[in-house]
Design a protein around this ligand. Structure first.
Ligand SMILES: [Zn+2]
Length: 501
């Protein structure tokens, strides 16, 4: 059994959960769920990023203390992820004492190793990014990410000697070609490193809402530095070194493409500076666009994922996000696209197969599921499609994993249409056809469960499987023929009732 540690970025508490953060969290959840099926020991972390100037300013504007604002928004994230069926093992908040201890221990190690020095800094600063930009990076004096005017900032800071890690990072990238996925994003990060790294300011004096610098308490660590360390805090850095050693560096960070620099350049360098190995893998996803535009608070095109889940069901929202966005590329969300995908894939294909099989088993087999045939046409197709779908899950390609599972669903539907068991007399031929179809439903329930855990558990129960779905382990459970004949098959109501809009 190997260990698999999955993270999402921690979400900044100036903004409520929206479909963009839901997308990241659903993808991470599905990857973690697949790894549990694959037999790994999994630890899945998400949480909230609660320090920094932006929270300080926003809370003051709202008449709240920064902690009150953080508490309110963090609880909204906890609720949203619960509504979306997210299976995180921990929820970290950067204002927790365990995180303050870890940040101070981590950066003291970096300081003790000689990679921090005092200096003064001035430059163009974006409050939303909490980051400096060069004149070349600014777009007409504005932040290249937020499009808002940059402010000139000048202060006494501690600096991390990032420049010393330029060659070490290049060497690490070259020795570990899969470190950042997909390849286009890996090349983007490597290109940035090769263009030359400057030392970076890691503390703020003007800001109080942060983790104090242990050797100079008038300063706090810059929010981004503090935030990245959450990945170490949650597995015991600075508080439980034995536990930390069990999980690090088996970490898989899932991030959006707008935070590549922080995760693919600074973070591995910070780990090296603290005497740790860099994270095992960073998977970068694109943006989820709405009508071709990035979701943002100011553009008012945010969609509340909790409302969407209440409307369509959490499983359907999860399926749409995983199936219609290729991990690594930008995706576009629309309500019409969501309805179309729901009706085509869930109501018509998947739901129809499940209800058709249960109905014919009821009529022709007295409601008792027959055994699958060992060498049918469907058995061959299922064996290769299930194995390809499992490989796609393992290779961070949920869209392919689901498409392959749907090919299997379509094959099974086509086989039923070709043979029409509902027109046949009860007997061995009907039993074989329906046994095969039930076996396909069993395989599909396993393969699709990382995306739609609730519906798949319900299907699993209805086809009469006795062991628990969550106890199934790939690849053994994906071998053809494990459907237990003789079980009662339940018809039940439609898994995915068709929607008119
Ligand atoms: Zn910005």
């Amino acid at each position: 059994m190997s260990r698999y540690y999955q993270t999402t970025p921690i979400y900044y508490v100036n903004d409520a959960p929206h479909l963009g953060t839901a997308y990241t969290t659903v993808v991470a959840d599905a990857l973690a769920r697949w790894r549990r099926i694959a037999g790994d020991d999994v630890f899945f972390l998400t949480g909230t990023d609660e320090h920094g100037q932006k929270i300080d300013r926003a809370s003051a504007a709202a008449g709240l203390s920064p902690q009150e604002m953080a508490d309110r928004t963090a609880s909204r994230f906890v609720r949203a992820w619960s509504e979306l069926g997210i299976s995180n093992d921990d929820f970290i908040r950067t204002t927790e004492p365990r995180h303050h201890s870890a940040v101070q221990a981590f950066l003291s190690a970096v300081n003790d190793n000689g990679y921090i020095e005092k200096g003064s800094y001035e430059g163009l600063y974006c409050v939303s990014c909490e980051d400096y930009f060069t004149e070349g990076e600014a777009v007409g004096g504005n932040c290249p990410i937020h499009g808002k005017p940059l402010e000139w900032m000048s202060e006494e800071n501690y600096f991390f000697k990032l420049s010393l890690f330029e060659q070490k990072l290049i060497d690490y990238y070259e020795a570990n070609p899969e470190f950042v996925r997909p390849l286009t994003k890996r090349n983007e990060a490597l290109g940035f490193i090769r263009s030359g790294l400057r030392d970076i300011s890691i503390t703020r004096k003007a800001v109080q809402w942060g983790v104090p610098v242990p050797w100079d308490p008038g300063h706090v660590f810059y929010v981004w530095y503090d935030a990245l360390i959450n990945y170490a805090t949650a597995i015991g850095y600075g508080t439980d070194q034995e536990r930390f050693g069990q999980w690090w560096p088996a970490v898989h960070h899932l991030i959006g493409k707008d935070i590549i620099r922080f995760h693919c350049v600074w973070w591995p360098a910070m780990c090296m500076a603290a005497g740790l190995e860099p994270p095992h893998r960073i998977v970068v996803h694109g943006w989820l666009l709405v009508g071709g535009e990035k979701m943002s608070k100011t553009k008012l095109n945010q969609i509340d994922p909790v409302e969407l889940a209440a409307d369509f069901g959490a499983d359907a929202v999860r399926y749409h996000l995983l199936r219609d966005v290729t991990l690594g590329s930008d995706g576009d969300f629309s309500y019409e696209g969501m309805v179309g995908r729901y009706n085509a894939d869930l109501a018509n294909n998947f739901g129809n197969l499940a209800s058709r099989v249960a109905t014919v088993v009821d009529r022709k087999c007295g409601g008792v599921g027959p055994a699958p045939r060992p060498d049918s046409k469907l058995a061959q197709a299922a064996t290769s499609l299930a194995s390809a779908s499992a490989s796609a899950w393992a290779d961070f390609a949920p869209q392919d994993a689901l498409e392959l599972a749907w090919r299997l669903i379509r094959e099974a539907n086509a086989e039923l249409e070709a043979t029409e068991p509902w027109k046949m007399e009860p007997g061995a031929a009907v039993d074989g056809i329906l046994g095969d179809a039930l076996e396909v439903l069993r395989l599909v329930a396993i393969l699709v469960s990382p995306a739609m855990p609730t519906a798949c558990a319900e299907l699993w129960r209805r086809i009469g499987m006795r062991e628990r779905l969550s106890d199934q382990r790939a690849p053994e459970a994906l071998e053809w023929g494990a459907y237990t004949a003789g079980a009662a098959v339940e018809k039940g109501s439609a898994l995915f009732p068709r929607r008119s809009s």
